[in-house]
Design a protein around this ligand. Sequence first.
Ligand code: SF4
Length: 374
Amino acid sequence: MRLPLSARGALVAAKIPLYRAFRRYGEPRLPPLAMSFVVTDRCNSLCKTCNIGRRFIDDPSVAEGELTLEDYTRVFSSLARPMWVTFSGGEPFMRADFPEIVARLAELVRPAVINVPTNATLVRGTTRGVEKILGRLGETRLVVNVSLDGVGEEHDRVRGFDGNFALAERTLAELRALGDPRLTLGVNTVLSRFNIEHADEIFDYVLGVVRPDSYVVELAQIRPEYHNQDDVIAPDPVLASRAIDSFLAKSEKHARRGVSRLVEAFRQKYYADVKRELRSPVGHECYSAFATCSVTAHGQVWSNTQRADPMGDLRDFDLDFRALWRSRQAEQARAKIRAERCHCETSNVAYSNTLMNPRALPEVLYHFVGSALP
Ligand code: SF4
């Protein structure tokens, strides 16, 4: 049965007390509300904040043994109905079967939103892939987030890919020309020590020239999935805090549409939390492994991409996600998270944590209603 987004949102809201009980007492064992799938370790960029591309170029065999299309079909058949699914990489469009993977998820699982970040270097493949996905999307909304970490040659420098900026501009133009109302065209900027000095220039370009439906700004993160644990990438905290203030002030003037208005309300709360953590890290209750999880390209399930507590290998469970989610190893990961307070700024996880926090919701509601006012 197809339900409008607002009705599905109400169903999720009704489950919040149950997720809180799950985290506190271990029951009822609900399926995740948001999932992310890393579909490939292949990438053609050499970003300064992430070593996935470098690792793949040094040794292409790292992408051997990734889950196949048929593997994904079996995994999807064992899923309940998450609200939000993110597909990332590497560069997801480097997989020729990526559009088919997404289309199958849309048909079998019918989440409310599918989100795909891309480096936008493969103009044709990305546009055709998105067209194919839209053809089988049903009423699911698709968000495609193009990475922009600089303007012009600055972007190419940070991303380690000559000509990336021009390709990203073409990809954005071609995706916009598809003119499908179910497609939210987004831009994602990662602020790091390599571009923090140019933050305002980037914001002005994205908000004033690209004018995407959605704009996400995140701080560079150390994550096992990026293989960057030994790197120094974080921006200066004072400059980062100033950049967030500047971004919020600039983006306030730009109207948001569709899914992005609700996401934006959660994001305002997210930025406030990021700034607070920059000042004094106090941590928070995390719902990773309860309401969210992440699946690697080789089928390992993690609590999330930053903590990366292992919950099990899908291949050990005959690609049955439900069985893995109820396993002893998954319970062990949850016990660890239950006992700790976390300090991560992973936005997808942060939105779930906010949703589960009754004291945070009035602030989200305030931003949501505020964004509708003239
Ligand atoms: S950030 Fe994305 S595009 Fe850049 S190297 Fe990592 S996976 Fe590739």
